[in-house]
Design a protein around this ligand. Structure first.
Ligand SMILES: CC(C)(COP(=O)(O)OP(=O)(O)OC[C@H]1O[C@@H](n2cnc3c(N)ncnc32)[C@H](O)[C@@H]1OP(=O)(O)O)[C@@H](O)C(=O)NCCC(=O)NCCS
Length: 175
């Protein structure tokens, strides 16, 4: 398995992996499948400072991850929010952990101060994955989510990153 930056050609596979969870899981609160056009627009908002990555095995995309802006106002530019999705049927093989370790390394190299993860509190695998990698729970929002006719709590977990990870141009967070 390799982990590499995603390309436009990966977007159908990324969407197929994701849309399974839209329809079956509370790990995303999206209720309607993401269209290809929406996925392309999402990809266009990412770039060098907000990478999208894929895990590939034998030429097949089996998982993906991303770092997105935590919030849009400029003062939030040193934090990112992560996403990670592994193809159904391939869980428990270390793919999610490998994607996360790679994302943490990228965030550190890009000079971010912290990574935030918003995780539905019923998603024990995701919470355990993040805690395993050093994230700590900083908030629990009660019943801010509603999916499959159930009120859902959302945990926010945060990983503080070591200082000194400025990019080589020394312009961390300014773009
Ligand atoms: C959460 C998810 C990404 C984990 O990926 P994975 O490849 O199955 O996980 P890994 O095999 O890399 O396991 C890494 C760690 O996650 C935790 N974990 C994974 N599956 C778990 C499970 N079923 N129960 C409890 N902990 C689990 C463990 O801490 C594990 O560490 P360990 O192997 O050292 O004990 C995967 O289950 C997934 O894609 N789920 C649906 C999408 C999702 O919830 N994404 C997160 C949104 S923020």
């Amino acid at each position: 398995m390799i982990i590499r930056p995603a390309t436009h050609a990966d977007l159908p596979a990324i969407n197929a992996i994701y849309n399974h969870y839209v329809l079956t899981s509370t790990c995303t609160y999206q209720e309607e499948p993401e269209t290809q056009g929406e996925r392309e627009a999402w990809f266009a908002t990412h770039g060098e400072r907000h990478p999208v990555t894929v895990a590939e095995h034998d030429g097949v995309v089996i998982g993906w991850g991303s770092l997105s802006p935590f919030r849009s106002r400029g003062g939030y530019r040193f934090s990112v929010e992560n996403s990670v999705y592994v193809e159904q049927g391939r869980h428990g093989q270390g793919i999610g952990k490998a994607l996360m370790i790679d994302l943490i390394a990228r965030a550190t190299a890009l000079g971010y101060r912290s990574i935030v993860a918003g995780v539905s509190a019923d998603q024990t695998a995701s919470i355990s994955l993040h805690e395993r990698l050093g994230f700590t729970r900083v908030a629990l929002f009660q019943e801010v989510g509603y999916k499959f006719a159930t009120w859902l709590d959302v945990a926010f977990l945060q990983l503080m990153l070591p200082p000194g990870g400025l990019d080589t141009a020394g312009q961390s967070g300014n773009t």
